[in-house]
Design a protein around this ligand. Structure first.
Ligand code: SAH
Length: 257
């Protein structure tokens, strides 16, 4: 049944679709000169593994946007995972990053990023910075990124990793992303990489007309549906399902006792 949902997501050959389905089931979200900061050195010991991931797990799964493909090829995912998982950094699956959270599967990062339909220089709001990997992919594509993380130590470590090479277009905040980032709104696109059980109204309101919100919605601990929500008018939104996924829950800041 899940497979049915998943297979509906794209025109993959059956063998690949099955792989993609398994991968999905394991999924946990100025004018740009493509940044050269992350361009792998010839001596990068992970360059071959990263290329292999791009060929088989990104292009091979049906991702077509050249900017997304280039970003996945450039961002050193091994820097965003804990040291003990570094040798697994270019597998096409999520990995633990502590605090019960995960770095998303590369294919899901690519799928969600492609679905945002970004133009260079777009203002993007990300809810759930986590490791900072998805953030780096957006930054490499030349976006102005506003990213919010609710777990303090994760926000700190992502900031530290992203500090090197350093991105002038990055804005990080430690807060409950349910409320979005009112002061920086509106956004051309919004990506949510943790799953709420409904679409937060503040995020809908902070999207530009014409903009796209990509968000997994569904029950905690189960499977969710990945939605693309396009704001087509002040109060008009069009939804399209991108298939079944599994993300960690969007948690809420505890209210006053
Ligand atoms: N894109 C990240 C995904 C991390 S998992 C990556 O690839 O590393 C989802 C993240 O969302 C976790 O870090 C979790 O702490 C965070 N999160 C959960 N609820 C949140 C909320 N209400 N506001 C902001 N971040 C939240």
């Amino acid at each position: 049944m899940r497979l049915g949902i998943l297979l509906a997501t794209g025109a993959l050959p059956p063998a690949l679709a099955l792989l993609a389905a398994n991968a999905l089931l394991a999924a946990c979200a100025e004018v740009p000169v493509p940044s050269l900061t992350h361009t792998p050195l010839a001596s990068d010991p992970f360059a071959a593994a990263r290329d292999e991931l791009v060929e088989t797990g990104i292009i091979g799964y049906g991702i077509e946007d050249p900017a997304v493909i280039q970003a996945i090829r450039s961002v050193p995912r091994h820097r965003f995972v804990p040291a003990e998982y570094r040798d697994k950094a270019y597998g096409n699956h999520p990995l633990p990053i502590g605090y019960g959270q995960t770095i998303s599967q590369p294919y899901i990062v690519a799928l969600m990023t492609e679905a945002l339909e970004l133009e260079p220089g777009d203002r993007v709001l990300e809810i759930g910075t986590g490791s900072g990997y998805q953030t780096a992919v957006l930054l490499e594509m030349g976006m102005e990124v506003y990213s919010i993380e609710i777990v303090g130590p994760l926000a700190d470590s992502a900031a530290a990793i992203l500090e090197q090479p350093g991105y002038p277009n990055l804005h990080l905040k430690h807060a409950d992303g349910y409320f979005g980032w009112e002061q920086a709104a509106p956004f051309d696109a919004i990506i949510v990489t943790a799953a709420p059980d409904h679409v937060p109204r503040p995020l809908l309101m902070q999207l530009k007309v014409g903009g796209i919100l990509i968000i997994p919605v569904g029950p905690v601990g189960g499977f969710q549906e990945l939605w693309s929500v396009r704001r087509t008018g002040e109060e008009v939104y069009e939804n399209a399902s991108l298939g079944g996924v599994r993300f960690v829950p969007l948690v809420r800041e505890p209210g006053p006792e």
